[in-house]
Design a protein around this ligand. Structure first.
Ligand SMILES: Nc1ncnc2c1ncn2[C@@H]1O[C@H](COP(=O)(O)OP(=O)(O)OP(=O)(O)O)[C@@H](O)[C@H]1O
Ligand SMILES: O=C(O)[C@H](O)COP(=O)(O)O
Length: 403
């Protein structure tokens, strides 16, 4: 059990470096708002009420990806949620950043540039090594304390997550505390009835360990999204192939084929695969087809109605339901049916429910579902999975005051 030092222990008026996670979807070049901004704004609001001067550190995307962009728009979104100005400097630890940090007064919030644009943040290394990076050596002396609020990035042994708390007075923000407490409670809980996991999204590397390591906890896995298609491919169906400019499937198949086939073989009785899928026809309409009738040339964007209804029946008859990843491309209304049908069934059901994944959690507000109808909407994706499967989170361990 981790013992955090809470932000209540901070004397007022400190200069704080606050690590948050507002890693966001970027659609048509625009950074999308999400629950992550709202939740971290709560931590920052509380810190502002105690007259601290705050520099915010965060990342967006990964080098080489389209979503690897500046945090300028994130600063604006954060300001909207805070209803308080958030200055932005397009530098992380160079002269411009240091000058802006120097100017910080109590009650100011400054957002530094995407920390992954800075050498030393990546790759994953030991905390002591990350503490030796220029990033940490330059910024740490500028602040009285570090506040770790980025639970959803706490599985990454990056400088901004583990390097600073290794050498600074470190506290856990409210999001860190709440997410840790909720997810630990989920993992340790037992249920009086069947437990179901709705497992979709794009990442086989997340899904496979869940199926294998939660086999004592989860009775039924309802698979969809890219993950569901890869399991269908492992089962011999003509789906789960890259088509046109897609690059979601083949490299994952090459890297995880053995694991997918092994999981399917070992857990077939608890794995529920789509029986129908939806695609976009030449007129831009949604069309559904049974998985037996598919061809490799077709990109699928959602599970079909038969599958969605079958999964909805399963969740309604569950004592607990965990969701990780969406069943389709819910960002496009034509392909949101699978995800929304199942989320709506969970919302109505009398069960303990957790919806996770930074992207997937956005479907709840986007389709006007009521957050209060779920036990917990977590803003974590990979960290949620790792915590559920019992893996330690390095960023949490570094904040443990007993370490
Ligand atoms: N068939 C599909 N083809 C392409 N993309 C899909 C498909 N099904 C689902 N997706 C995409 O999967 C995304 C959600 O899955 P992702 O793996 O990012 O999981 P997450 O758990 O929400 O987030 P994260 O782990 O990044 O916090 C959605 O944005 C959706 O568009
Ligand atoms: O969005 C997330 O899940 C976290 O910010 C981690 O992002 P990463 O997978 O790019 O490290």
């Amino acid at each position: 059990m981790t013992t955090f030092r809470p932000i209540d222990n901070l004397d007022p008026g400190q200069r704080l470096l606050v690590r948050i996670d507002v890693n966001a979807a970027v659609e048509d070049g625009t950074v999308q708002d999400s629950r992550r901004f709202a939740r971290h704004a709560e931590t920052i609001r509380e810190l502002l009420a105690n007259d601290h001067a705050i520099a915010v550190l965060a990342h967006q995307g990964r080098p080489g990806e389209d979503t690897f962009v500046s945090l300028a728009e994130h600063a604006e979104l954060l300001a909207d949620h805070l209803d308080h100005p958030v200055a932005f400097v397009s530098d992380t630890c160079g002269e411009d950043a240091l000058s802006a940090i120097d100017d910080l007064e109590p009650g100011d919030v400054l957002c530094l540039e995407n920390v992954r644009m800075r050498d030393g943040e990546l790759p994953e290394e030991e905390p002591a090594t990350k503490a030796e990076t220029d990033l940490v050596r330059t910024l740490a002396p500028e602040f009285d304390a570090y506040v770790g609020d980025a639970y959803s990035a706490a599985h990454r042994s990056h400088a901004s997550i583990v390097g600073f708390p290794h050498v600074m007075d470190a506290y856990a923000g409210r999001v860190m505390e709440q997410e840790y407490t909720a997810i630990t409670a989920i993992r340790d809980r037992s249920f009086d009835g069947p437990v179901t996991m709705v497992l979709g999204g794009t990442k086989a590397e997340d899904a496979i360990p869940i199926v294998e390591q939660l086999d004592d906890t989860v009775d039924r896995f309802c698979l969809g999204g890219v993950v569901g298609e890869l399991f269908l491919r492992a089962d011999g169906y003509a789906v789960g192939y890259d088509v046109a400019d897609s690059s979601l499937f083949d490299h994952q198949w090459d890297n995880h084929r053995d694991d997918l086939e092994r999981s399917l073989e070992a857990y077939r009785d608890r794995l529920y695969l789509p029986t129908d899928l939806a695609f976009e026809d030449d007129d831009g309409e949604r069309v559904e087809v049974a998985v037996e009738g598919t061809t490799k040339e077709r990109p699928f964007l959602d599970v079909g109605t038969e599958t969605a209804n079958r999964y909805a029946d399963i969740v309604v008859n569950s004592a607990a339901v965990f969701v990780k990843g969406s069943l389709g491309v819910f960002e496009d209304e034509r392909f949101a049916d699978g995800t929304v049908t199942v989320l709506a069934a969970i919302a109505e059901a009398d069960c303990f429910s957790v919806v996770g994944g930074g992207d997937t959690a956005r479907a709840v507000e986007r389709y006007d579902l009521d957050e209060g109808d779920f036990s917990r909407i977590t803003i974590a994706g990979g960290a949620y999975v790792r915590a559920l499967t019992g893996d330690p989170l390095v960023g949490v361990d570094e904040l443990d005051s007993e370490n």
